[in-house]
Structures are given as structure tokens and as C-alpha cells.
Design a protein around this ligand. Structure first.
Ligand SMILES: [Zn+2]
Length: 166
């Protein structure tokens, strides 16, 4: 199973009265930039300039579903000098260490989800939008028996939506 991980980006003003103090929080500075650095160090990735910039764009804005092309476009607009290949590599590195979850919608489209915990998705056809399905709204029926020597890693459900005809 993919390990679940919660990344909390803090707001200094809210931090003290709303969240209980934990050892983890002691290290967080309340600055998302520093939080991204700590997050990368925690998973053993060197906080290079490019990883920091992409990590900031990915994790500094709450949960997101983003393709490599979308992130590349965002980086270009923000004048972050990265190639599409670097964006791809970085997204895959982040996925390998469990910071992101990959959601394949069809053969040509892969989304990266900053919420790496187990959950399912709606995909809006024609709008290329991926949305989280609220917890417990999907009931996966009987899971198949995996072949000898294998275990089920996880079950991803993508429910495709289209606009109702008027
Ligand atoms: Zn999601």
C-alpha cells in the first residue's frame, strides 16, 4: 500500500491557537518555502532550486490534480526556468518517494495528485478536470483474487462524467 502522508502548510498566526504542538511542528517555520525544503529532506531528496520551485508550486496551494504539461505552463508563466523533461522527471521522483500519487485517466493523460492518500476520482470529459470523490461514496465490490505471488497494491476508481444534455 502507498504510505499516507499529510503535509501541513502553516500560517503563523493560526498555528499556535489552532493546532496542537507536536515534535513535527517544531521544525516547521510557518513559511511554505521552508516547509517544502523540510519535506524534500524528509524523503531524502536534495532540495535543488528546481525541486524547490516545483514543490512550492505543487504543495503551496492546497490539494491539486495537475499534469506535467499544466505544471510546465505554470512554471513558464512564473518565469521558473525548467524544461518539460525536468518537470516530468521531478513529478516522477516526487511520486516514487510518495509525495504525489499518479492517477492515469486514459492512455494519454496522467495526473499527479498532491493528496497521496487513498481516494477515488471523477473525471469530467471534455473539460479535463479531475475531482476527488468524497470519502465513502464509492463502494468497490468484491476484489479479484490476484495471481499467485502478487498482492493488490490499491484499487483506483475513475468515474467519468459528462454534462447532462439540455
Ligand atoms: Zn485526488
Amino acid at each position: 500500500m502507498t504510505p499516507s502522508r499529510t503535509i501541513v502548510f502553516t500560517n503563523v498566526a493560526e498555528a499556535s491557537d489552532r493546532m496542537p504542538f507536536t515534535a513535527d511542528r517544531a521544525r516547521l517555520t510557518g513559511c511554505p518555502w521552508h516547509d517544502v525544503k523540510a519535506m524534500l529532506r524528509d524523503v531524502g531528496l536534495r532540495p535543488t532550486r528546481q525541486r524547490m520551485a516545483l514543490g512550492w508550486m505543487l504543495f503551496g496551494k492546497g490539494d491539486r490534480h495537475i499534469t506535467a504539461e499544466m505544471l510546465y505552463e505554470e512554471a513558464t508563466k512564473a518565469k521558473v526556468p525548467v524544461s518539460l523533461a525536468t518537470v516530468y522527471n521531478t513529478l516522477h521522483q516526487f511520486t516514487d518517494v510518495g509525495l504525489l500519487r499518479q492517477v492515469a485517466v486514459d492512455g494519454s493523460k496522467t495526473y499527479f495528485d498532491t493528496n497521496s492518500t487513498q481516494h477515488h476520482h471523477f473525471f469530467v470529459e471534455g473539460e479535463n478536470a479531475l475531482l476527488d470523490i468524497p470519502d465513502n461514496d464509492v463502494v468497490v465490490g468484491k476484489t479479484p483474487v490476484p495471481p499467485e505471488g502478487y498482492e493488490i497494491a490499491r484499487v483506483d476508481v475513475v468515474v467519468r462524467l459528462r454534462r447532462k444534455g439540455r
